[in-house]
Ligand binder design. Structure first.
Ligand SMILES: NC(=O)c1ccc[n+]([C@@H]2O[C@H](COP(=O)([O-])OP(=O)(O)OC[C@H]3O[C@@H](n4cnc5c(N)ncnc54)[C@H](OP(=O)(O)O)[C@@H]3O)[C@@H](O)[C@H]2O)c1
Length: 261
């Protein structure tokens, strides 16, 4: 990880779960990390653990991934403060439990939020991050946190009845496809400095999972126990950063051993 020491990373969805663990791990490896979330105070809270350890530094900044204005304003701040960035981890994501065909109009906004946060926001953040990466003379890495649901479709599964996945799977399929499009665009631009990969976890124990916002709380979930934890996913991010520059692992799938799909 020495090659990334003192470089600047941006991590979205940094206030909790997988994103928070990635922020801490990057900082522990001497990287300056900008954590973005709607609740930056939660990032500041765990940033104190890292402060004074002699490792990298964590900055928290309020950014709503579902708002282009918020993303523009955030990247203006990042550019003014850091000039360039070398690592982007697109991690922010949400899910809500309902069906596409639910005739209650209250759910209209759910779908807008999920699509804007998981997909549209990721595209806008990547475009802005790319401009700051281009200004760097050095190698850069973009990692998109996708999901096993970006590979398989399972709305009403035997093991997870009532999962009611709605547009979540669609957004994750879009993230997977967009990661590959970005890779091919970079080749077309003859840009051999920026690498792009996606990481697709199965079930990870986080608020997302526990709050039942997406996956119904059911005893059947115990079938896959133990689930992954956030540091399992973060260790994959560290691995992707450690490999030699001429190697690009474009997709990683990581699952709990007993996950059936
Ligand atoms: N947990 C799983 O089983 C699992 C499996 C596969 C993939 N994933 C993916 O992994 C990623 C992280 O999930 P997690 O399990 O760590 O979820 P989590 O614990 O609920 O954390 C989600 C993070 O996203 C941020 N976020 C949500 N909406 C946002 C918005 N509009 N603007 C900015 N930030 C926003 C949250 O911060 P604020 O609320 O402070 O804004 C929070 O930091 C997601 O992309 C998810 O789809 C999770």
């Amino acid at each position: 990880m020495d090659k990334w020491q003192g470089k600047t990373a941006v991590v979205t969805g940094a206030s909790a779960g997988i994103g928070a663990e990635i922020v801490k791990d990057l900082a522990r490896n001497g990287i300056i990390v900008v954590g973005l979330a709607r609740r930056p105070e939660m990032i500041n809270e765990f940033a104190k653990e890292i402060e004074g350890t002699g490792f990298g530094k964590i900055y928290a900044y309020k950014c709503d991934m579902s708002s282009l204005d918020s993303i523009k304003e955030t990247f203006k701040w990042i550019e003014d403060k850091f000039g360039v960035i070398n690592i982007l981890v697109n991690n922010a994501g949400i899910g809500k439990k309902t069906t596409i065909l639910n005739d209650n109009h209250e759910v209209d906004n759910h779908f807008v939020d999920i699509i804007n946060t998981n997909f549209t926001g990721l595209v806008h953040v990547t475009r802005h991050a790319y401009l700051l990466m281009k200004k760097s003379e050095d190698f850069c890495k973009i990692i998109n946190i996708c999901s096993i649901t970006g590979h398989n479709v399972m709305s009403f599964m035997n093991n997870f009845e009532g999962q009611e996945a709605n547009v979540y799977h669609g957004t994750k399929h879009a993230v997977k496809a967009t990661t590959e499009i970005l890779r091919q665009e970079l080749i077309a631009l003859k840009n051999d400095k920026i690498r792009v990969s996606s990481v697709s976890p199965g079930i990870v124990e986080t608020d997302f999972f526990h709050a039942g916002k997406f996956i119904a709380e059911t005893d059947k979930i115990k079938d896959v126990s133990p689930a992954l934890n956030s540091s399992d996913v973060s260790s994959v991010i560290l691995y992707l950063l450690q490999i030699p520059y001429h190697v690009n692992i474009t997709e990683v799938i990581i699952k709990p051993v007993m996950e059936p799909f």
